[in-house]
Design a protein around this ligand. Sequence first.
Ligand code: SF4
Length: 71
Amino acid sequence: MKVSVDRDLCYGSAECVHRAPEVFAFVDGFGVVRPGRDQTGEDPEILEAVEKCPSQAISITEAPRSAPDRP
Ligand code: SF4
């Protein structure tokens, strides 16, 4: 899974940082995904951060699959 924050929606409540500090940081008044931490499994703390974000700014999407090998 890939986690991201839409900065246009984020209003800086810091809920995500409080709930999953190893993945989210607070920078310039916004929640951001820490560098290199955007790929994740189904971590309950991250899912809770998504659920509790008051502006629904956090998205989780499936990581792109690698293309199949061609013969
Ligand atoms: S919880 Fe949502 S609104 Fe609050 S800082 Fe994180 S992304 Fe922004």
